[in-house]
Design a protein around this ligand. Structure first.
Ligand code: SF4
Length: 809
């Protein structure tokens, strides 16, 4: 026990104190040892030195020309890019050995360099610096230094000049969204420009053709041509003025001409626009950094109501582009010569963003709202709801603190109330794309962004990036990963474009062990006797909460060496009922920075919060079809139906079998009686029965009446002793003593009837060997194995021999 904690006299006192702490008795606080940032959940101990943990950041951001580009084409982890690049020119383990061995150092150096840099930076200069630093640190001899430099230069050449590096920072998710937007929008815009150029050419051609039909074009030319070679001596226009113009080609109407000229003007002006803004970001002044001003084709606007402001921006932008899209459509209709003023004039007069095609919507500059969850919850819910319901394709990025309740005040305990789930709030708007992800899993995050960008809907992205200052040695990336593992911030996406049912809309990948309440991992430690112990631990919300400094007062150390059956792990406590838990105190395993394993008791308030997390997790599981009550009921029904069908089939087979056996018995008995009659009547007994191949006994010589009676007795006796041999297996069920021995061999092949006596079930479910074995052990000797069903079963000769004595009646 530490000196700061008053010594407790007995185990009962310790248990009393821990229980009172768990229940929230403030008087116990000074009697128990509080937790410092040197403690981490046991499962995270192995990762606490993040300077040695390799993770995906910095990321290489590559510009894509393909509008369908997948995540892999847009973003790659640095380790992958370095490894693949070097492998491309240095095949085999010995090629570029020094460089290959030092790639992790380069990676670490780049990560360190980008630690304080917000936003993407050009990759090549940074990589070049890292190469120089490596040379200096290694201090190689001249030959090896030259070799390393040559290899490093080759590596550098493979990095395209326009690629960027992005470190794991505060706004990593926002930068990835910007990157995804640019990669989608720039090639789309380029294609649209080409289309506009074609429209301009087409409209000019129409005007040109019309001009060539006009008086100004045709008449002077005709006048000159009509006078042959002497035409050069005349002034054609003066001559044309003197001619009759009432006959000739029909010129375009003035309305059409005006329409074409207007469209032409709009399209030409659009093409001349200088570097248009592609992304507008609206936020509430919480952002900082040079990237805000330096990003190309990007504009950041601060506004106290970002959702409302973004709506205005979107309407302005789309109204401006409505003219361009309208002009492009008019151009196409004119080029196809199908413009009908009666139909098309009113259409283009009321042409707003709601009438845009998907292709046009996807060409609009992106509008992003970036806001924190607490600000949205305190003042922005109304605006957020209006925007989510509007259908405007605006991207809303909300940053959440995974442990916190957005509704809680800054000085309030986050576990005071049930947590507001912004994801569930978004889902309630039904037509918006809603996703929950984390910058710590860039692949998942980018996939969510790309699928939202390919729709024409409002999208809400709830993002957790972790906090910078957590427990000792735990960085923001690891903390965000822990939020995912502990169900604190589960991943999902609802995309209404995929269909109307939850099964179609819900995407639930990325959650570890999604079918369980909590993810579970193996854990090894040494006990006080020095023995290596291997166990499995659940990673719960309580484990995650330990990493957040402001809620560490919900934990208290259990004195070292103290044991009690009333202390139980949090996951077990959560899965038990209230009655079972009355005496129990929940704890989690933790490890301090001296690698010592301890238990810490968890407060009741935190247990309530764990229940709340679990409840939301179960809701998401059900939406994803995992542990869904309706699905389980359906499966049960189907199972019962199959079992009923199988039972009916079994009964039918049994009935058939019984009938067959009866037939054999009757025939055998009939034959015996027939022979007896033959004997009595002095007939020839050597005649074989057509249905029985047994050889009959030789006929006795005719005798007196008394002799006949004797003979008849002998024959009957002989007939009774004669064996009936069976080819088909059967059970003489009435003899069964229900000992269960045959069912122990195969419960499908041997089943009980309604009297709990054995009958044959599915013969195909077992082997002849099992049938023989059952016959051998059956105490009632009522199992007749018959002949093998499967001629290919191994060891049949031996089995048939063993079966023989049991096939005789
Ligand atoms: S082993 Fe024989 S007696 Fe026992 S349950 Fe099976 S058939 Fe009946």
């Amino acid at each position: 026990m530490p000196a700061s904690v008053p010594e407790l006299s007995s185990n009962d006192d310790i248990l009393y104190t821990l229980r009172h702490f768990h229940l929230g008795d403030p008087a116990t606080v000074e009697k128990t040892e509080s937790i410092g940032d040197e403690y981490v959940p046991a499962l995270l101990h192995a990762y606490r030195d993040t300077s040695k943990v390799r993770y995906d950041y910095p990321l290489f951001l590559s510009p894509a020309e393909n509008t369908e580009a997948e995540v892999e084409e847009l973003v790659k982890p640095i380790s992958q890019v370095l490894r693949e690049s070097v492998e491309s020119f240095a095949v085999g383990p010995d090629a570029a050995r020094i460089l290959k061995d030092n790639l992790p150092r380069i990676e670490m150096d780049l990560r360190q360099k980008l630690k304080e840099t917000e936003g993407p930076v050009s990759a090549r200069p940074l990589l070049s610096e890292a190469g120089q630093k490596l040379q200096n640190e290694l201090g190689l001899d001249e030959e090896n230094s030259a070799r390393l430099q040559t290899d490093f230069d080759k590596l550098l050449e493979l990095i395209p000049t326009e690629t960027q590096l992005l470190g794991y920072g505060h706004y990593a998710a926002l930068h990835l969204l910007k990157h995804a937007i640019r990669c989608r929008l720039i090639p789309r815009r380029r294609r649209f420009h080409e289309k506009i150029e074609q429209c301009i050419y087409g409209l000019k051609t129409i005007l040109d053709i019309d001009w060539h039909k006009s008086d100004e074009s045709i008449e002077p030319r005709m006048a000159r041509n009509s006078v042959g070679t002497a035409g050069t001596r005349f002034e054609p226009i003066a001559l044309s003025d003197m001619m009759d113009h009432s006959q000739g080609a029909v010129a375009m109407s003035s309305e059409r001409r005006e329409r074409i000229l207007n469209a032409l003007q709009v399209l030409e002006e659009y093409l001349q626009e200088d570097a248009p803004i592609l992304i507008r970001l609206v936020h509430t002044d919480g952002l900082s950094g040079t990237w805000l001003k330096k990003s190309p084709a990007f504009e950041a606007i601060s506004d106290p109501d970002p959702c409302a402001k973004a709506t205005k921006f979107f309407d302005q932008q789309s109204a401006k582009l409505a003219k361009v899209f309208g002009a492009a459509r008019i151009a196409q209709l004119e080029m196809d010569d199908i413009y009908d003023p009666a139909i098309h004039d009113p259409w283009f007069t009321n042409f707003t963003w709601e009438a845009f095609s998907k292709e046009e919507i996807l060409l609009l500059p992106a509008v992003i709202v970036r806001e924190t969850a607490d600000k949205i919850a305190s003042t922005g819910m109304g605006s957020l709801s209006r925007l989510l319901s509007s259908g405007r394709p605006i991207h809303i990025l909300i940053r959440v603190l995974a442990h916190s309740n957005p509704y809680a005040q800054a000085d309030e305990d986050p576990f005071l109330n049930y947590r507001l789930e912004l994801g569930a709030f978004g889902i309630s708007h039904r037509q918006a794309v809603v996703s929950q992800s984390s910058a710590a899993r860039h692949g998942h995050l980018l996939t969510q962004f790309l699928s939202a960008l390919d729709t024409t809907r409002t999208s809400l992205h709830i993002i957790n990036t972790g906090v910078q200052h957590s427990a000792k040695g735990i960085n923001a990336w690891l903390l965000a990963g822990a939020a995912l593992e502990s169900r604190t911030h589960p991943f999902f996406q609802i995309n209404p474009e995929k269909g109307d049912s939850s099964a179609d809309r819900m995407e639930f990948t990325g959650n570890p062990q999604a079918e369980l309440d909590w993810s579970r991992h193996s854990f090894q430690y040494q006990n006080e006797k020095g023995e290596n112990i291997s166990t499995e631990l659940a990673f719960t919300f309580a484990d995650y909460a330990l990493l957040v400094p402001r809620i560490r007062h919900h934990f208290h150390l259990v004195p070292a060496g103290f044991e009690s059956e009333n202390l139980i792990p949090v996951d077990e406590y959560l899965s038990s009922n209230h009655q079972e838990n009355i005496k129990r105190i929940p704890f989690i395993w933790v490890v301090n920075d001296k690698a010592e394993l301890h238990k810490v008791v968890v407060s009741r308030a935190l247990i309530f919060a764990c229940h709340d997390r679990l409840n939301y997790w179960h809701t998401l599981q059900e939406l994803a079809g995992i542990n869904n009550k309706y699905v389980e009921m359906g499966v049960q029904e189907a199972r019962e139906e199959i079992q009923a069908k199988e039972g009916a089939e079994r009964d039918r087979l049994q009935a058939e079998h019984t009938t067959a056996i009866e037939t054999v018995r009757n025939e055998t008995a009939g034959e015996v009686m027939g022979r007896l009659t033959d004997i009595l009547l002095g007939m020839d007994l050597t005649t074989a029965s057509p249905t029985n191949t047994r050889t009959a006994a030789p006929p006795p010589a005719p005798q007196a009446d008394t002799e006949v009676a004797e003979v008849s007795e002998t024959v009957v006796e002989k007939e009774e002793e004669e064996e009936v041999v069976f080819d088909d297996p059967w059970i003489d069920t009435v003899l069964c003593t229900t000992c269960n021995d045959c069912l122990n061999i195969n419960t499908m092949m041997f089943v009980y009837n309604e009297n709990k006596q054995a009958i044959l079930g599915d013969l195909n479910s077992g082997t002849f060997a099992q049938m023989v074995e059952a016959a051998e052990i059956c105490p009632a000797r009522c199992i007749y194995p018959g002949k093998p069903q499967n001629p290919n079963e191994p060891g049949l000769d031996e089995l048939i021999k063993r079966a023989e004595p049991f096939n005789k009646v």
